[in-house]
Design a protein around this ligand. Sequence first.
Ligand code: COA
Length: 331
Amino acid sequence: MNKKTGVKILSTGSYVPERVLTNFDLEKMVETSDEWISTRTGIKERRIIDKSQVTSDLAYNASVKAIEKAKISVDDIDLIVVATISGDAPMPSTACYLQKKLKAFNATAFDISAACSGFIYGTSVVKGLIQSGQYKKVLLVGVEALSRVTDWTDRNTCVLFGDGAGAMIFEASEQDDDIVSSYLGSDGSFTELLDIPAGGAINPTTEETVRQRLHFIKMQGKEVFKVAVTKMVEAAFKAQQLAGLSDNDISLYVPHQANLRIIDAVIKKSGINKDKVYINVHKYGNMSAATTIVALDEAISEGKVNKNSLVELVAFGAGLTWGACILRINF
Ligand code: COA
């Protein structure tokens, strides 16, 4: 029998827009305060995409960094997968816009939609497609321009989100298996807890849907919070169980950065060591599919990930979706 094809992780890269929007800036836009936002979410500021940029520009900037670090040519890339819910357009995929910008014309390109769990879902999709023998060098991107689908008059949501992108490059390998395990879940009975109600088949775009501001993110925050904590704890544990690993084997946890209180509740409920948890929510807010990969890239750049160590990403998002993956970082 042929040896099973594994996956080697070659590099990561990330990019956030230059414009910083602080809590104090938000105080001038809606009835809120730095004190409310800081105590309820841990967020101090977030990055906002420039008027001249679109989602695929953020993805491009993160991808170029990852491609350079991996020392590969764009021509080597045979698959581009983009996780996003705030892409360039409803059609075609942001992956195709990114392909055009990268001039990566030897690749197949498509998007996946799993909201904030998108990057983790992406690692599973990439692993399966590499193991099937169909693709050998893959670019996976988590990217969001959430500021374009945020209602800047709604204080319940506008204080939470930000824009950014992260990328990872994988290659088929006979020796390595750097996507050590992954566990994914979803529950469609919670679709209404977090959604963009209009612009699809349920509520096609009309003057009325625009007037009612239904093209922006709507959220039932408290309900999302509860499911998020339970499912992140469950996912983190299940991904370890699937690999026969335990907390002791994980050197760094990179949770979805939606809210510091959610992260703290996950730490408390799971009993994991707080010192092993990477946090950057104060700088960027919730960048949905981009959060875990931007955080991982920053943790690596800051020297917080030892070579050949195991990192666990854990997330939840609209759907509701959730998931965790354990990655070996050895580059
Ligand atoms: N500034 C000031 N007040 C605000 C506010 C803001 N930005 N946003 C909401 N409020 C008000 C509400 O109007 C409400 O007022 P009311 O009681 O008079 O109706 C009150 O604050 C709600 O406060 P509280 O119950 O303490 O909020 P909370 O502890 O549930 O925190 C969230 C709200 C949104 C921060 C919290 O529910 C949350 O983080 N949920 C998860 C959201 C998330 O992560 N979503 C992304 C998933 S990927």
